[in-house]
Ligand binder design. Structure first.
Ligand code: ADP
Length: 260
């Protein structure tokens, strides 16, 4: 309980801090990257050592830019652009991207279980981003070999059945890998911003906290199951959207409700 609270406070602090600096930082990185590109052009063809130094610097700056973009996405407070979405269709639309992201050694299976045609109301870009974050984690956990299974199913939950959910219909989007799994200690901490076990430059520790923040904002829940040596399943539960009720305002999630 206390760790959940700490995590939420930390997330707020991170949001405020990064919102302020990430934007400026990104502009400075653009100057660095532009300068490196010009320097490389002026060097000409036959100074390979200098080229290598510049390439290394460019790679570092690109990584920094990617991290900054992630920080910006994390702290962004802009309203979500929500629309009715059929999650399984959204995932199927990501097939090429997922294949490319996961590489040849990993097979990707997308399954539509019962009531998979239920709709959710969500921001398409953010939902895709969440799936992609989970897929990247799965790839890293599987070391390039294994199976990623994404399943969409309609489920009816009773109050509190998953996290602090309200009773009702949800679409459960399950992302299961056959990777290294996580110990109980690790499971405790993975939603913390900046918590990562990956080497510097590879992990930012923002993937799962971003997923968590996005899903909670949508009044959904995140479930996590993992067995060391066998694999991990992350499940995103999003409230079912009833198309026929369009126009009737949905009951708003209480903004002041404690997260757990
Ligand atoms: P990052 O991927 O940048 O490290 P995340 O917040 O996405 O940041 O993940 C935090 C940590 O949780 C990872 O470093 C890894 O140790 C663990 N983790 C996340 N997803 C998985 C997974 N599918 N299998 C095993 N470990 C995972």
């Amino acid at each position: 309980q206390e760790s959940k609270l700490r995590q939420v406070q930390k997330m707020e602090a991170v949001g405020q801090l990064t919102g302020g600096i990430a934007h400026d930082f990104n502009n400075m990185l653009a100057v660095v990257l532009g300068g490196l590109e010009l320097a490389k052009r002026q060097l000409g063809a036959d100074s390979s050592a200098a080229h290598r130094h510049i390439d290394n610097a460019t790679e570092g700056a690109n990584r920094a830019a990617a991290l900054t973009r992630q920080l910006l996405a994390f702290s962004r407070e802009e309203a979500l652009r929500t629309e009715p979405i059929e999650p399984v269709a959204l995932v199927l639309g990501m097939s090429d991207l997922l294949d490319r992201t996961l590489g040849d050694g990993v097979s990707v299976a997308v399954d539509a279980a019962q009531d998979a045609a239920w709709l959710v109301r969500s921001d398409r870009h953010q939902l895709e981003n969440a799936v992609l974050n989970l897929a990247v984690n799965a790839r890293d956990a599987m070391n390039g070999r294994g199976t990623l299974t994404i399943t969409a199913a309609g489920v009816t939950l009773t109050e509190g059945a998953v996290g602090t959910c309200h009773a009702g219909d949800y679409v459960a989007l399950r992302v299961a890998d056959t990777g290294c799994g996580m110990s109980a200690d690790l499971l405790e901490r993975v939603f913390e911003p900046f918590f990562t076990t990956k080497p510097a430059g590879k992990g930012t520790g923002l993937g799962l906290s971003q997923v968590f923040a996005f899903v909670r904002q949508a009044d959904g829940q995140v479930g996590l199951e993992s067995v060391v040596g066998e694999g991990t399943t992350v499940t995103i539960y999003l409230p079912r959207y009833h198309a026929e009720a369009a126009g009737t305002p949905r009951p708003e999630a209480k903004a002041d409700a404690p997260v757990e």
